[in-house]
Design a binder for this molecule. Structure first.
Ligand code: SF4
Length: 502
């Protein structure tokens, strides 16, 4: 059935039967994923939870990266607070694409108690007109938080009424936090806005100034050799350049979308032969729609992290273009060079035990990379779980006995688990690292836009940083010594997954 672009993307609990509560071993998880219903993970919950991520904040993290765009937070001013931490990195990344770029421009309608009674529409109209007059951006994106959804502001209608009065393209992103426990729904919410308001504005070929046949032939050739690689903010510029290097070696051109793009770049999404996801969790909502509406095929499979993940990712693309032999030779050459470079690092890391926590696909391919460095996997934790992880899990050689916790945040479970399994190092997102760091263990950020992670250059970079971190973890040992933990002994004595209920 053809996907309809609705006013808002549905929560992933409904759309994918994804879940945020599971406890057990990798073998148990694999068995459940193998069930006819794909595991149906949305039936489990917790009788106690510490915190979980809000999709609004992840939506903002993506939207703030857009170039030549003003973002309006439609809601209480506090909903936009989280953005402050990402301004610096976002600006730097934008400037790596275009040195003339400004920082993020974000304003808020600052809804208060009076607006809850009388509605936020007036403030929203004023904010849109102000943003257009003040900055003349290419696009104005309105991100709606819980309050406008609860009081019934019809943001899509307001924007369509205002569209004739402003020069910017108006984009509505309905990403209210209360609607889902799955932060990853944010990817769908942002893509929903892009599909509704930016992608459909396709430039027709006849309107372009390409007068003769030769230009047409060149355009067709370029289109047939171009792939869109989708970056929702989980790779930095060095990762983009590494993937571009590999795809260029296969004589393919590459566009990176949607993060750090300019609104007009979304028209170019249709001038490509293939959409390629770097992670199943990110892009299915978007690429399926583009395929059904515009006929552009897509690949959603593995993530190009570690040698195995990268080889799988490249071979999938090569298969589409019928250039498998060329890709095989490239992979062989890159593998040999990486093997040689990793020799001293493997010797230093051999036998060390790592705990990996983050997005469902990223943890598994990172675990594979860590194993390739001679280390062991002590445990895993994923923000959520859905069917996209199955093909990657089937291909991995992680012990079936390895514990996996599915938890969107809930650091108390992780604290308990790492006390019991005693890893040597933890790889996780920096935001959740503070409590973990107090347990005295070195923490390597699972992702940081300033570092490399993807493909061959990324594997080498991760090896260098892991070795440095493990050989000197004094900082975290001092943290353990001088900082108290937020949990009592009783919790550490308790069973890790005591609060998960089916
Ligand atoms: S849960 Fe709702 S009110 Fe809270 S930060 Fe998210 S969008 Fe704002």
């Amino acid at each position: 059935m053809k996907t309809k672009i609705e006013r808002a993307a549905p929560p992933r609990e409904e759309r994918l039967q994804a879940g945020t509560a599971f406890c057990g071993t990798c073998m148990q998880l694999r068995e459940r994923l193998g069930r006819k219903d794909g595991g149906c993970f949305n039936t489990a919950n917790r009788s106690f939870g510490q915190s979980f991520g809000c999709q609004f904040t992840l939506s903002l993290a993506m939207l703030n990266t857009l170039r030549n765009t003003v973002v309006i937070v439609h809601g209480p001013v506090g909903c936009g607070f989280w953005s402050i931490g990402g301004y610096g990195a976002g600006r730097n990344m934008k400037r790596l694409r275009d040195p003339a770029q400004n920082s993020t421009i974000q304003i808020s309608t600052n809804l208060d108690e009076n607006d809850v009674i009388s509605g936020g529409e007036k403030k929203l109209r004023e904010a849109v007109l102000f943003a257009d007059r003040e900055w003349r951006p290419e696009a104005i994106v309105v991100a709606s938080s819980c309050v406008p959804a609860l009081i019934g502001d019809d943001v899509d209608t307001i924007l369509s009424q205002l569209q004739g009065s402003v020069s910017a393209d108006l984009v509505s992103v309905n990403c209210e936090g209360f609607k889902t426990k799955l932060m990853a729904t944010a990817y769908d919410a942002v893509y929903n806005g892009i599909l509704k308001n930016l992608t459909k504005k396709k430039i027709e070929r006849e309107n372009l100034t390409v007068p003769d046949k030769l230009d047409d032939i060149v355009w067709e050739y370029n289109k047939a050799h171009t792939v869109n690689v989708l970056n929702v903010g989980s790779m930095g510029r060095s990762d983009e350049l590494e993937l571009q290097r590999l795809l260029n070696a296969l004589e393919l051109n590459v566009n990176f979308l949607p993060c750090f793009s300019s609104p007009k770049d979304f028209r170019r999404v249709l001038d490509a032969a293939l959409n390629v996801s770097i992670c199943g969790t990110h892009d299915d909502y978007y690429v399926k729609y583009i395929h059904e509406e515009y006929g552009i095929p897509y690949i959603i499979d593995s993530m190009p992290i570690g040698r195995k993940g990268t080889s799988r990712w490249l071979m999938n693309i090569a298969r589409h273009f019928n250039i498998e032999e060329k890709a095989r030779l490239l992979i062989e050459k890159e593998d040999a060079a990486l093997d040689k470079a990793l020799e001293p690092y493997r010797a230093a890391l051999k036998g060390k035990r790592a705990y990996v926590s983050g997005g469902e696909l990223r943890i598994f391919v990172t675990a594979e990379l860590v194993k390739d460095l001679g280390m062991e996997i002590a445990g895993l934790k994923s923000h959520h779980i859905d069917k996209f992880v199955k093909p990657v899990m089937d291909d991995l050689e992680i012990s079936g006995d390895t514990y996996i916790d599915i938890a969107s945040q809930h650091p108390f479970e992780q604290a308990n688990l790492i006390r019991k399994i005693k890893p040597d190092v933890i790889l996780m997102h920096s935001g959740g690292g503070n409590i973990t760091a107090k347990h005295g263990l070195p923490v390597l950020p699972l992702f940081n836009p300033g570092n490399s992670y993807m493909a061959y250059a990324g594997a080498f970079d991760v090896a260098c940083r892991l070795k440095r971190l493990i050989s000197n973890s004094q900082f975290n040992r001092n943290m353990q010594k001088y900082r108290s933990l937020p949990y009592r002994k009783e919790w550490y004595d308790k069973e890790v997954f005591a609060y998960i209920k089916e």
